[in-house]
Design a protein around this ligand. Structure first.
Ligand code: DX5
Ligand code: ZN
Length: 220
């Protein structure tokens, strides 16, 4: 396992007060900022482009964890890396030449992640796992914040962790969707390293205190 990290997802932030909300998550001890990019094709919703990454980079020193929920991610990764992404995750389901794309992300100086939808088994990663810095397991169907955690996701983390041990590799394992104070601790035990939390952080009355509480839970 790796050290536990918390990545607040700005999808649920109040964009009219983005700077203040970033300051609050920094104060609470956030480790990364999770940025959800949606194209209205791969998922039924649209969000941001590289400009938001550039803007975040200019106001925060936290590494930017960019989750591309877009078709043909190979056409856009360069722009997101140039804008300041530290980690770029592409969906397994969204590209044909995954190996080529992972090499491309790394050659541009970013860490490479591969994301899996809830119905995609971890076994599809067998060949690419040694080349990955991170695996992002979706614990809701991607597209929206504030959804309910899919319970079978915990077993999927355990399966991935066992596969990593068998192959002798140790990528970050990130879980994304429906994570909060009620399930974070159990998910750490199952093997999650990076915890994405949108609604649980930005929907809380005290953002900094909630980040601090979540971090305490995952570090125990
Ligand atoms: C969903 C996004 C998530 C989302 C999580 O498609 O990938 O990152 O922001 O939000 P919560 O924590 O509210 O489920
Ligand atoms: Zn995400």
């Amino acid at each position: 396992m790796n050290a536990a990290m918390l990545a607040p997802s700005i999808l649920s932030a109040d964009l009219t007060r983005l700077r203040d909300q970033i300051i609050a998550v920094e104060k609470g001890g956030a480790d990364l900022l999770h940025v959800d990019i949606m194209d209205g094709h791969f998922v039924p919703n649209m969000t941001f482009g590289p400009n938001i990454v550039r803007a975040l980079k200019s106001i925060s020193n936290l590494p930017l964890d960019v989750h591309l929920m877009i078709e043909r991610p190979e056409n856009y990764v360069d722009e997101f890396i140039e804008a300041g992404a530290s980690i770029v995750s592409v969906h397994y389901e969204a590209t044909v030449h995954l190996h080529r794309l992972v090499q491309r992300i790394r050659s541009k100086g970013a860490k490479a992640g591969v994301a899996l939808n809830p119905a995609t088994p971890v076994s599809v990663l067998e060949e690419i796992l040694p080349d990955l810095d991170m695996v992002l397991l979706m614990s809701v169907n991607p597209g929206f914040g504030g959804q309910k955690f899919i319970p079978a996701s915990a077993a999927k983390v355990e399966k991935l962790r066992a596969m990593c041990d068998r192959l002798g590799v140790n990528p970050l394992i990130e879980m994304d969707g429906g994570i909060g104070v009620d399930n974070a601790k159990d998910l750490r035990r199952a093997g999650v390293d990076v915890f994405v939390a949108g609604n649980a952080v930005f929907g809380a009355p005290q953002i900094a205190a909630t980040v601090d509480l979540l971090r305490t839970l995952i570090q125990a």
